[in-house]
Design a protein around this ligand. Structure first.
Ligand SMILES: Cc1cc2nc3c(=O)[nH]c(=O)nc-3n(C[C@H](O)[C@H](O)[C@H](O)COP(=O)(O)OP(=O)(O)OC[C@H]3O[C@@H](n4cnc5c(N)ncnc54)[C@H](O)[C@@H]3O)c2cc1C
Length: 380
């Protein structure tokens, strides 16, 4: 029995999305990887086809679909073996800050563009001296009449080059409590004083534009503060549950895809006159990985169901984030080994999957931070 209540509409949506990916994404992935960025036209195509922000209510131009449609998008995107075009970040991480905390006026101004792929979004928390410890950020936000003036620097910001609109974490220097000092603001990339720095070269996610951002007396209307004053840290933490859940879903989907690919490879490859799949070591490797993938899928599906029910599953989502990303990366590593030299060949999919899955152990809260949360919530 399936844990999740898939309907005919969900299945039809999945088929449509697969068709879209076959036409608009798969043929271009290699070029995007070497360009280090995805063209804006890909975002617009995805928006025009109705695959961005599927859960945004109809009153703002969205489709008002349930969370399972987001799961389908994350699941199928993981099988593209490309992280540059990231509806997961845009639709499931950044835009929910707008739907949850922005005024009606801002929702009507920005959400239709986000849904259409005309507005690409990002979130800017990390700074050169503050990653895991968000309360240590130094970017300042000083009120001046009806604006707030931002000064500081962000780094490793996904969609940093393509992005038009950013959720930015900054601190009121007049507030002593480092957590209460944090607020979040919705900042347009074209605001004077918002400057983009280098596009960073990374050991993974090559098609993802990951960029530095600088604020030099960047004046943002106070109405762009998301949530009440002093609530930024709490709101960031509150939104981490869905962010980490979609990372875990993506990790399981990617592991399934890497394993499927490897099963075909070992069945279709001969070594010393025998199919690779006939060696006991290879069979045991496949058996162990298939078991791990199944455990991951079952756990994550249960969490999706709990999340849809509105349950607080912060501890379990933290467990899923660390375990699925660690497992997916290890599976990519073992699968690469089973491909021998071909695993390292950049023209095949394994090298990229291996690099890209490594990244997921670090972002959205490192796996060590996940274990800290689990230990605390387990009473130690
Ligand atoms: C490809 C990519 C895209 C990213 N995109 C974005 C983005 O769009 N927006 C954004 O704001 N950020 C983004 N980031 C940054 C990401 O959020 C941070 O890398 C992450 O939060 C970890 O911070 P850090 O890298 O500074 O590591 P640090 O916090 O400096 O940690 C270094 C090491 O110390 C460990 N550590 C730190 N604190 C503890 C602790 N309390 N207990 C135990 N161990 C600890 C960590 O686990 C890690 O192993 C991105 C990162 C990557 C790699």
């Amino acid at each position: 029995m399936e844990i999740l209540p898939w309907t005919g509409e969900h299945r039809a949506f999945r088929e449509d999305f697969r068709g879209f990916l076959a036409r608009e994404v798969f043929p271009f992935v290699d070029r995007w990887e070497s360009d280090g960025i995805v063209p804006r036209s890909a975002w617009r195509a995805m928006g025009a086809a109705g695959f961005l922000c599927t859960d945004v209510p109809r009153e703002y131009g969205g489709r008002g679909l349930d969370f399972l449609y987001s799961v389908i998008v994350v699941d199928e995107m993981a099988k593209t073996n490309c992280y540059g075009l990231s509806p997961r970040l845009h639709s499931n991480v950044v835009v929910p800050y707008i739907t949850s905390f922005a005024s009606e006026e801002l929702k009507h101004r920005y959400l239709p563009g986000c849904i259409a792929g005309e507005i690409v979004t990002g979130i800017a928390m990390t700074e050169p001296h503050a990653g895991s410890d968000v309360a240590a950020i130094r970017t300042s936000a000083v009120e001046d009449g009806d604006v707030v003036v931002l000064n500081g620097q962000k780094t490793f910001i996904s969609n940093g080059t393509n992005g038009d609109l950013f959720v930015v974490a900054a601190k009121d220097p007049a507030t002593e409590d480092p957590h209460r000092a944090v607020d979040i603001y919705l900042v347009e990339g074209k605001t004077p004083g918002f400057e983009r720095g280098r596009r960073l070269k990374k050991a993974g996610w090559h098609s993802q534009d990951t960029t530095e951002i600088f604020f030099h007396d960047c004046r943002v209307p106070l109405t762009h503060r998301l949530g009440g004053k002093g609530s930024g840290f709490k709101n960031l933490m509150r939104h981490l549950q869905p962010e980490r859940l979609v990372v875990a879903i993506g990790a399981v989907s990617a592991a399934e895809w890497v394993l499927e690919h490897t099963i075909s490879h070992v069945k279709g490859t001969d070594v010393s006159g025998r199919a690779l799949s006939s060696f006991q070591h290879v069979r045991f490797e496949i058996a162990e990985m298939a078991t791990e993938v199944r455990i991951g899928r079952t756990f994550v599906d249960k969490l999706i169901a709990d999340h849809i029910e509105g349950m607080n599953v912060v501890r379990e989502v933290s467990m899923a984030k660390w375990w699925t990303t660690e497992t997916a990366w290890r599976i990519a590593d073992r699968c690469l080994q089973l491909h021998g030299r071909l695993g390292l060949d950049e023209s095949g999919p394994l090298a990229r999957a291996w690099r890209d899955l490594r990244v997921t152990r670090i972002l959205a809260g490192t796996n060590e931070i996940m274990k800290g949360i689990i230990a605390r919530m387990t009473g130690v």
